[in-house]
Design a protein around this ligand. Sequence first.
Ligand code: PHE
Length: 442
Amino acid sequence: MQARENWGSRFGFVMAAAGSAVGLGNIWKFPYVTGENGGGAFLLLYLAFILIFGVSLVMAEMAIGRMTQKNPVGAFKALAGGAWPLVGYLGVATGFIILSFYIVIAGWTVAYMVFMLSGELATTDSSQIANTFTTLIGGSFWPVALAVIFMLATCGVVIGGIGKGIERASRILMPALFVMLILLVIRSVTLPGAQEGLAFYLVPDFSKITGSTLTAAIGQAFFSLSLGMGALITYGSYLSRHERLPGSAFMVVGLDTLVAILAGLMILPAVFAYQLDPGAGPGLTFITLPVVFAQMPAGTIFGFVFFALLFVAALTSAVSLLEVVVAWLVDEKGMSRKSAVLTAALVCIALGLPSALSQGAVDSLVFGGQSFLDWAAQLTDILLPLGGFFTALFVGWVMGPRLVDEISNQGEVPFKLAGLWLFVCRFIAPLGIAWVLIAGFL
Ligand code: PHE
Protein backbone atom coordinates (compact mmCIF):
# COMPACT_ATOMS: atom_id res chain seq x y z
CA MET A 1 0.00 0.00 0.00
CA GLN A 2 1.14 3.51 -0.75
CA ALA A 3 2.03 5.66 2.25
CA ARG A 4 -0.70 8.14 3.01
CA GLU A 5 0.04 11.57 1.65
CA ASN A 6 0.78 14.29 4.20
CA TRP A 7 0.48 18.05 4.22
CA GLY A 8 3.74 19.76 3.24
CA SER A 9 3.91 22.02 6.27
CA ARG A 10 1.98 23.19 9.27
CA PHE A 11 1.14 26.44 7.51
CA GLY A 12 -0.17 24.38 4.61
CA PHE A 13 -2.44 22.35 6.85
CA VAL A 14 -3.77 25.36 8.70
CA MET A 15 -4.40 27.17 5.43
CA ALA A 16 -6.15 24.15 3.97
CA ALA A 17 -8.30 23.64 7.06
CA ALA A 18 -9.02 27.37 7.17
CA GLY A 19 -9.72 27.13 3.44
CA SER A 20 -12.30 24.49 4.18
CA ALA A 21 -13.84 26.56 6.94
CA VAL A 22 -13.82 29.91 5.18
CA GLY A 23 -16.21 29.81 2.29
CA LEU A 24 -19.69 30.70 1.17
CA GLY A 25 -20.78 29.99 4.73
CA ASN A 26 -18.96 33.08 5.94
CA ILE A 27 -19.48 35.47 3.07
CA TRP A 28 -22.80 34.43 1.53
CA LYS A 29 -24.66 32.66 4.33
CA PHE A 30 -23.58 34.43 7.51
CA PRO A 31 -24.64 37.98 6.55
CA TYR A 32 -28.09 36.96 5.32
CA VAL A 33 -28.86 34.60 8.20
CA THR A 34 -27.76 37.34 10.60
CA GLY A 35 -30.01 39.74 8.73
CA GLU A 36 -32.97 37.36 8.87
CA ASN A 37 -32.48 36.64 12.55
CA GLY A 38 -32.36 40.13 13.90
CA GLY A 39 -28.67 41.05 13.87
CA GLY A 40 -26.68 41.46 17.07
CA ALA A 41 -28.41 38.82 19.17
CA PHE A 42 -27.78 36.25 16.46
CA LEU A 43 -24.13 37.25 16.22
CA LEU A 44 -23.76 36.73 19.95
CA LEU A 45 -25.39 33.29 19.88
CA TYR A 46 -23.23 32.25 16.95
CA LEU A 47 -20.08 33.32 18.78
CA ALA A 48 -21.21 31.57 21.95
CA PHE A 49 -21.78 28.29 20.08
CA ILE A 50 -18.37 28.51 18.45
CA LEU A 51 -16.72 29.07 21.79
CA ILE A 52 -18.72 26.48 23.73
CA PHE A 53 -18.84 23.57 21.26
CA GLY A 54 -16.93 24.66 18.20
CA VAL A 55 -13.34 24.80 19.39
CA SER A 56 -13.51 21.55 21.34
CA LEU A 57 -15.12 19.60 18.54
CA VAL A 58 -12.79 20.95 15.88
CA MET A 59 -9.90 19.65 17.96
CA ALA A 60 -11.68 16.34 18.49
CA GLU A 61 -12.29 15.78 14.78
CA MET A 62 -8.73 16.68 13.81
CA ALA A 63 -7.43 14.28 16.47
CA ILE A 64 -9.65 11.40 15.35
CA GLY A 65 -8.39 11.91 11.80
CA ARG A 66 -4.74 12.04 12.72
CA MET A 67 -4.97 9.11 15.08
CA THR A 68 -6.56 6.79 12.52
CA GLN A 69 -5.21 8.34 9.27
CA LYS A 70 -8.57 7.45 7.77
CA ASN A 71 -11.77 8.82 6.27
CA PRO A 72 -14.71 9.32 8.69
CA VAL A 73 -16.29 5.90 8.13
CA GLY A 74 -12.97 4.09 8.35
CA ALA A 75 -11.95 6.13 11.39
CA PHE A 76 -15.01 5.14 13.43
CA LYS A 77 -14.60 1.53 12.30
CA ALA A 78 -10.97 1.47 13.35
CA LEU A 79 -11.62 3.02 16.75
CA ALA A 80 -14.82 1.38 17.90
CA GLY A 81 -16.97 -0.59 15.51
CA GLY A 82 -20.52 -1.37 16.61
CA ALA A 83 -22.94 1.28 15.47
CA TRP A 84 -20.34 4.07 15.55
CA PRO A 85 -19.39 3.89 11.86
CA LEU A 86 -22.94 5.13 11.22
CA VAL A 87 -21.71 8.53 12.39
CA GLY A 88 -19.18 8.38 9.57
CA TYR A 89 -21.88 7.44 7.07
CA LEU A 90 -24.04 10.29 8.31
CA GLY A 91 -21.08 12.57 7.59
CA VAL A 92 -20.60 11.26 4.07
CA ALA A 93 -24.32 11.65 3.35
CA THR A 94 -24.29 15.19 4.74
CA GLY A 95 -21.29 15.91 2.53
CA PHE A 96 -23.28 14.96 -0.56
CA ILE A 97 -26.21 17.13 0.49
CA ILE A 98 -24.10 20.20 1.24
CA LEU A 99 -22.06 19.88 -1.92
CA SER A 100 -25.23 19.53 -4.00
CA PHE A 101 -26.43 23.03 -3.16
CA TYR A 102 -23.00 24.52 -2.53
CA ILE A 103 -22.07 24.16 -6.19
CA VAL A 104 -25.22 26.03 -7.18
CA ILE A 105 -24.41 29.12 -5.10
CA ALA A 106 -20.75 28.93 -6.07
CA GLY A 107 -21.89 28.83 -9.70
CA TRP A 108 -23.50 32.23 -9.22
CA THR A 109 -20.09 33.68 -8.30
CA VAL A 110 -18.80 32.60 -11.71
CA ALA A 111 -21.54 34.59 -13.43
CA TYR A 112 -20.78 37.55 -11.19
CA MET A 113 -17.15 37.65 -12.30
CA VAL A 114 -18.41 38.07 -15.85
CA PHE A 115 -21.07 40.61 -14.82
CA MET A 116 -18.45 42.70 -13.06
CA LEU A 117 -16.19 42.82 -16.09
CA SER A 118 -19.01 43.53 -18.51
CA GLY A 119 -20.33 46.37 -16.35
CA GLU A 120 -23.75 44.72 -16.22
CA LEU A 121 -24.09 45.51 -12.53
CA ALA A 122 -22.29 48.84 -12.46
CA THR A 123 -25.26 50.74 -11.08
CA THR A 124 -26.48 51.95 -7.72
CA ASP A 125 -30.04 51.12 -8.67
CA SER A 126 -30.57 48.12 -6.44
CA SER A 127 -33.81 47.06 -8.11
CA GLN A 128 -31.97 46.73 -11.40
CA ILE A 129 -29.32 44.60 -9.70
CA ALA A 130 -31.96 42.48 -8.03
CA ASN A 131 -33.53 42.01 -11.42
CA THR A 132 -30.35 40.80 -13.06
CA PHE A 133 -29.77 38.48 -10.12
CA THR A 134 -33.23 36.91 -10.16
CA THR A 135 -33.09 36.50 -13.91
CA LEU A 136 -29.76 34.72 -13.59
CA ILE A 137 -30.74 32.31 -10.84
CA GLY A 138 -34.26 31.79 -12.18
CA GLY A 139 -33.11 30.46 -15.54
CA SER A 140 -32.95 26.79 -16.35
CA PHE A 141 -29.70 26.64 -18.32
CA TRP A 142 -27.14 28.86 -16.58
CA PRO A 143 -27.74 27.84 -12.97
CA VAL A 144 -27.09 24.23 -13.97
CA ALA A 145 -24.23 24.98 -16.35
CA LEU A 146 -22.46 27.18 -13.79
CA ALA A 147 -22.83 24.56 -11.08
CA VAL A 148 -21.29 22.00 -13.43
CA ILE A 149 -18.40 24.36 -14.24
CA PHE A 150 -17.76 24.87 -10.54
CA MET A 151 -17.95 21.13 -9.88
CA LEU A 152 -15.38 20.50 -12.60
CA ALA A 153 -13.00 23.02 -11.04
CA THR A 154 -13.44 21.27 -7.70
CA CYS A 155 -12.72 17.90 -9.30
CA GLY A 156 -9.56 19.32 -10.86
CA VAL A 157 -8.15 20.27 -7.48
CA VAL A 158 -9.18 17.05 -5.73
CA ILE A 159 -7.73 14.84 -8.47
CA GLY A 160 -4.44 16.67 -7.92
CA GLY A 161 -4.40 15.28 -4.39
CA ILE A 162 -3.40 16.85 -1.13
CA GLY A 163 -0.10 18.69 -1.44
CA LYS A 164 -0.11 19.74 -5.08
CA GLY A 165 -3.80 20.45 -5.35
CA ILE A 166 -5.45 21.50 -2.15
CA GLU A 167 -2.53 22.89 -0.20
CA ARG A 168 -0.91 24.87 -2.96
CA ALA A 169 -4.13 26.65 -3.89
CA SER A 170 -5.03 27.54 -0.30
CA ARG A 171 -1.67 29.00 0.69
CA ILE A 172 -1.84 31.91 -1.71
CA LEU A 173 -5.50 32.56 -2.15
CA MET A 174 -6.70 32.64 1.44
CA PRO A 175 -4.45 35.56 2.42
CA ALA A 176 -5.51 37.45 -0.72
CA LEU A 177 -9.16 37.07 0.18
CA PHE A 178 -8.47 38.46 3.60
CA VAL A 179 -6.88 41.66 2.29
CA MET A 180 -9.79 42.20 -0.07
CA LEU A 181 -12.28 41.76 2.71
CA ILE A 182 -10.61 44.42 4.85
CA LEU A 183 -10.77 46.92 1.98
CA LEU A 184 -14.47 46.28 1.53
CA VAL A 185 -15.20 46.57 5.24
CA ILE A 186 -13.55 49.98 5.23
CA ARG A 187 -15.66 51.06 2.27
CA SER A 188 -18.86 49.73 3.78
CA VAL A 189 -18.56 51.17 7.29
CA THR A 190 -17.64 54.61 5.96
CA LEU A 191 -20.69 54.88 3.72
CA PRO A 192 -23.11 57.62 4.75
CA GLY A 193 -25.89 55.94 6.73
CA ALA A 194 -23.77 52.95 7.74
CA GLN A 195 -24.31 53.57 11.47
CA GLU A 196 -27.75 52.09 11.49
CA GLY A 197 -26.39 48.86 10.04
CA LEU A 198 -23.57 48.81 12.57
CA ALA A 199 -26.08 49.15 15.38
CA PHE A 200 -28.25 46.41 13.93
CA TYR A 201 -25.24 44.12 13.69
CA LEU A 202 -23.47 44.91 16.93
CA VAL A 203 -26.16 45.81 19.44
CA PRO A 204 -28.07 42.68 20.47
CA ASP A 205 -31.82 42.77 20.80
CA PHE A 206 -32.62 39.64 22.76
CA SER A 207 -36.34 39.83 22.11
CA LYS A 208 -35.53 38.60 18.62
CA ILE A 209 -34.32 35.19 19.79
CA THR A 210 -36.74 32.34 19.11
CA GLY A 211 -36.38 28.57 18.72
CA SER A 212 -35.58 28.91 15.05
CA THR A 213 -32.91 31.54 15.80
CA LEU A 214 -31.20 28.94 17.97
CA THR A 215 -31.23 26.30 15.24
CA ALA A 216 -30.02 28.82 12.69
CA ALA A 217 -27.17 29.95 14.96
CA ILE A 218 -25.93 26.47 15.86
CA GLY A 219 -26.30 25.34 12.25
CA GLN A 220 -24.32 28.36 11.11
CA ALA A 221 -21.59 27.71 13.68
CA PHE A 222 -21.16 24.12 12.50
CA PHE A 223 -21.50 24.90 8.81
CA SER A 224 -18.99 27.68 8.98
CA LEU A 225 -16.42 25.58 10.87
CA SER A 226 -16.93 22.62 8.47
CA LEU A 227 -17.83 20.73 11.60
CA GLY A 228 -20.01 17.69 12.20
CA MET A 229 -19.55 15.72 9.00
CA GLY A 230 -15.98 14.50 9.09
CA ALA A 231 -14.33 17.09 6.86
CA LEU A 232 -11.88 17.82 9.65
CA ILE A 233 -11.42 14.11 10.37
CA THR A 234 -10.48 13.71 6.73
CA TYR A 235 -8.09 16.69 6.69
CA GLY A 236 -6.63 15.55 10.02
CA SER A 237 -5.93 12.16 8.48
CA TYR A 238 -3.32 13.76 6.24
CA LEU A 239 -1.53 15.30 9.24
CA SER A 240 1.79 13.96 10.33
CA ARG A 241 2.25 12.71 13.87
CA HIS A 242 4.26 15.60 15.26
CA GLU A 243 1.91 18.45 14.35
CA ARG A 244 0.56 20.40 17.29
CA LEU A 245 -3.19 20.04 17.29
CA PRO A 246 -4.44 22.54 19.88
CA GLY A 247 -2.67 25.50 18.27
CA SER A 248 -3.83 24.54 14.79
CA ALA A 249 -7.42 24.14 15.94
CA PHE A 250 -7.45 27.55 17.63
CA MET A 251 -5.96 29.16 14.57
CA VAL A 252 -8.53 27.66 12.20
CA VAL A 253 -11.46 28.55 14.43
CA GLY A 254 -10.09 32.06 14.98
CA LEU A 255 -9.57 32.75 11.29
CA ASP A 256 -12.97 31.42 10.33
CA THR A 257 -14.76 33.46 12.97
CA LEU A 258 -12.83 36.58 12.08
CA VAL A 259 -13.78 36.25 8.42
CA ALA A 260 -17.44 35.78 9.29
CA ILE A 261 -17.45 38.85 11.54
CA LEU A 262 -15.74 40.87 8.82
CA ALA A 263 -18.21 39.65 6.20
CA GLY A 264 -21.03 40.92 8.39
CA LEU A 265 -19.25 44.27 8.67
CA MET A 266 -18.87 44.33 4.92
CA ILE A 267 -22.49 43.60 4.05
CA LEU A 268 -24.81 44.85 6.79
CA PRO A 269 -23.74 48.51 7.04
CA ALA A 270 -24.04 48.74 3.25
CA VAL A 271 -27.49 47.12 3.37
CA PHE A 272 -28.72 49.88 5.66
CA ALA A 273 -26.86 52.66 3.88
CA TYR A 274 -28.67 51.75 0.66
CA GLN A 275 -31.99 51.00 2.34
CA LEU A 276 -32.02 47.36 1.30
CA ASP A 277 -33.82 44.71 3.32
CA PRO A 278 -31.53 42.79 5.74
CA GLY A 279 -34.05 39.94 5.74
CA ALA A 280 -33.83 39.53 1.97
CA GLY A 281 -32.51 35.98 2.25
CA PRO A 282 -29.97 34.12 0.11
CA GLY A 283 -29.66 36.95 -2.41
CA LEU A 284 -28.45 39.50 0.14
CA THR A 285 -24.72 39.40 -0.58
CA PHE A 286 -25.28 39.18 -4.32
CA ILE A 287 -27.57 42.20 -4.39
CA THR A 288 -25.77 44.39 -1.87
CA LEU A 289 -22.17 44.11 -3.01
CA PRO A 290 -22.62 45.38 -6.57
CA VAL A 291 -24.06 48.61 -5.17
CA VAL A 292 -20.99 48.97 -2.98
CA PHE A 293 -18.68 48.37 -5.93
CA ALA A 294 -20.55 50.86 -8.06
CA GLN A 295 -19.71 53.49 -5.42
CA MET A 296 -16.01 52.69 -5.30
CA PRO A 297 -13.22 54.06 -7.44
CA ALA A 298 -12.14 51.23 -9.77
CA GLY A 299 -15.15 49.31 -8.54
CA THR A 300 -15.26 47.12 -11.62
CA ILE A 301 -11.83 45.75 -10.91
CA PHE A 302 -12.42 45.40 -7.19
CA GLY A 303 -15.71 43.71 -7.95
CA PHE A 304 -14.13 41.24 -10.30
CA VAL A 305 -11.28 40.43 -7.94
CA PHE A 306 -13.69 40.03 -5.05
CA PHE A 307 -15.92 37.54 -6.81
CA ALA A 308 -12.88 35.70 -8.12
CA LEU A 309 -11.67 35.33 -4.54
CA LEU A 310 -15.12 34.32 -3.34
CA PHE A 311 -15.04 31.69 -6.04
CA VAL A 312 -11.75 30.44 -4.65
CA ALA A 313 -12.97 30.50 -1.06
CA ALA A 314 -15.93 28.42 -2.17
CA LEU A 315 -13.60 26.16 -4.11
CA THR A 316 -11.36 25.37 -1.13
CA SER A 317 -14.49 24.53 0.90
CA ALA A 318 -16.05 22.43 -1.84
CA VAL A 319 -12.76 20.61 -2.18
CA SER A 320 -12.95 19.54 1.46
CA LEU A 321 -16.53 18.40 1.02
CA LEU A 322 -15.64 16.35 -2.01
CA GLU A 323 -12.51 15.03 -0.33
CA VAL A 324 -14.62 13.44 2.44
CA VAL A 325 -16.62 11.46 -0.08
CA VAL A 326 -13.56 10.63 -2.17
CA ALA A 327 -11.47 9.51 0.81
CA TRP A 328 -14.32 7.20 1.78
CA LEU A 329 -14.59 5.72 -1.73
CA VAL A 330 -10.82 5.31 -2.03
CA ASP A 331 -10.16 3.90 1.46
CA GLU A 332 -13.25 1.78 1.96
CA LYS A 333 -14.39 0.88 -1.55
CA GLY A 334 -10.97 0.51 -3.11
CA MET A 335 -11.67 2.93 -5.97
CA SER A 336 -8.92 4.85 -7.68
CA ARG A 337 -8.83 8.54 -6.79
CA LYS A 338 -9.87 9.53 -10.27
CA SER A 339 -12.93 7.32 -10.54
CA ALA A 340 -13.92 8.19 -6.99
CA VAL A 341 -13.84 11.89 -7.91
CA LEU A 342 -15.87 11.38 -11.06
CA THR A 343 -18.47 9.16 -9.40
CA ALA A 344 -18.94 11.56 -6.51
CA ALA A 345 -19.15 14.53 -8.85
CA LEU A 346 -21.86 12.95 -10.97
CA VAL A 347 -23.97 12.09 -7.94
CA CYS A 348 -23.58 15.63 -6.59
CA ILE A 349 -24.58 17.22 -9.85
CA ALA A 350 -27.67 14.99 -10.05
CA LEU A 351 -28.57 15.86 -6.45
CA GLY A 352 -27.91 19.52 -7.19
CA LEU A 353 -30.34 19.79 -10.09
CA PRO A 354 -33.47 20.39 -7.97
CA SER A 355 -31.63 23.08 -6.01
CA ALA A 356 -30.37 24.76 -9.17
CA LEU A 357 -33.83 24.73 -10.72
CA SER A 358 -35.70 25.79 -7.60
CA GLN A 359 -34.93 29.50 -7.94
CA GLY A 360 -37.59 30.27 -10.52
CA ALA A 361 -37.22 27.70 -13.28
CA VAL A 362 -39.50 25.00 -11.85
CA ASP A 363 -42.36 26.22 -9.68
CA SER A 364 -43.06 22.90 -8.01
CA LEU A 365 -39.59 23.03 -6.42
CA VAL A 366 -40.87 25.76 -4.14
CA PHE A 367 -43.03 24.36 -1.37
CA GLY A 368 -43.86 25.08 2.26
CA GLY A 369 -42.92 28.70 1.70
CA GLN A 370 -39.36 28.10 0.56
CA SER A 371 -37.33 26.69 -2.27
CA PHE A 372 -35.74 23.26 -2.49
CA LEU A 373 -32.37 24.96 -2.06
CA ASP A 374 -33.54 26.60 1.18
CA TRP A 375 -34.77 23.23 2.43
CA ALA A 376 -31.46 21.57 1.65
CA ALA A 377 -29.57 24.32 3.45
CA GLN A 378 -31.92 24.10 6.41
CA LEU A 379 -31.55 20.34 6.62
CA THR A 380 -27.80 20.72 7.01
CA ASP A 381 -28.41 23.13 9.91
CA ILE A 382 -29.78 20.06 11.69
CA LEU A 383 -27.58 17.29 10.27
CA LEU A 384 -24.28 18.97 11.15
CA PRO A 385 -25.07 19.61 14.83
CA LEU A 386 -26.43 16.06 14.96
CA GLY A 387 -23.12 14.75 13.64
CA GLY A 388 -21.37 16.93 16.24
CA PHE A 389 -23.61 15.54 18.96
CA PHE A 390 -22.60 11.95 18.19
CA THR A 391 -18.95 12.88 17.73
CA ALA A 392 -18.95 14.53 21.16
CA LEU A 393 -20.50 11.45 22.78
CA PHE A 394 -18.00 9.24 21.04
CA VAL A 395 -15.03 11.33 21.99
CA GLY A 396 -16.18 11.93 25.55
CA TRP A 397 -17.37 8.47 26.47
CA VAL A 398 -15.66 5.99 24.14
CA MET A 399 -12.28 7.60 23.54
CA GLY A 400 -11.85 9.83 26.58
CA PRO A 401 -8.21 10.04 27.77
CA ARG A 402 -6.95 8.15 24.72
CA LEU A 403 -7.77 11.13 22.58
CA VAL A 404 -6.22 13.49 25.12
CA ASP A 405 -2.99 11.55 24.56
CA GLU A 406 -3.38 11.98 20.83
CA ILE A 407 -4.02 15.72 21.10
CA SER A 408 -1.02 16.24 23.34
CA ASN A 409 1.23 13.98 21.21
CA GLN A 410 1.58 11.59 24.16
CA GLY A 411 2.33 14.41 26.55
CA GLU A 412 4.87 16.20 24.36
CA VAL A 413 2.68 19.16 23.52
CA PRO A 414 1.20 21.10 26.41
CA PHE A 415 -2.58 20.69 26.53
CA LYS A 416 -3.48 22.50 29.73
CA LEU A 417 -7.17 22.57 29.08
CA ALA A 418 -7.43 18.79 28.65
CA GLY A 419 -9.76 18.46 31.65
CA LEU A 420 -12.08 21.19 30.43
CA TRP A 421 -12.00 19.78 26.91
CA LEU A 422 -13.07 16.35 28.11
CA PHE A 423 -15.81 17.86 30.26
CA VAL A 424 -17.14 19.74 27.25
CA CYS A 425 -17.14 16.61 25.09
CA ARG A 426 -18.79 14.51 27.80
CA PHE A 427 -21.46 16.85 29.08
CA ILE A 428 -21.65 20.37 27.73
CA ALA A 429 -21.62 19.60 24.02
CA PRO A 430 -24.06 16.66 23.95
CA LEU A 431 -26.50 18.28 26.35
CA GLY A 432 -26.16 21.73 24.83
CA ILE A 433 -26.55 20.57 21.24
CA ALA A 434 -29.52 18.35 22.13
CA TRP A 435 -31.16 21.22 23.95
CA VAL A 436 -30.69 23.62 21.06
CA LEU A 437 -31.99 21.14 18.49
CA ILE A 438 -35.04 20.33 20.59
CA ALA A 439 -35.74 23.99 21.33
CA GLY A 440 -35.59 24.64 17.59
CA PHE A 441 -38.41 22.18 16.99
CA LEU A 442 -40.66 23.53 19.72
N1 PHE B 1 -17.30 25.72 6.01
C1 PHE B 1 -17.70 25.87 4.66
C2 PHE B 1 -18.21 27.29 4.43
O1 PHE B 1 -18.32 28.03 5.35
C3 PHE B 1 -18.75 24.87 4.25
C4 PHE B 1 -18.45 23.46 4.65
C5 PHE B 1 -19.28 22.78 5.52
C6 PHE B 1 -17.29 22.83 4.18
C7 PHE B 1 -18.99 21.50 5.93
C8 PHE B 1 -17.00 21.53 4.58
C9 PHE B 1 -17.85 20.87 5.45
O2 PHE B 1 -18.52 27.66 3.35
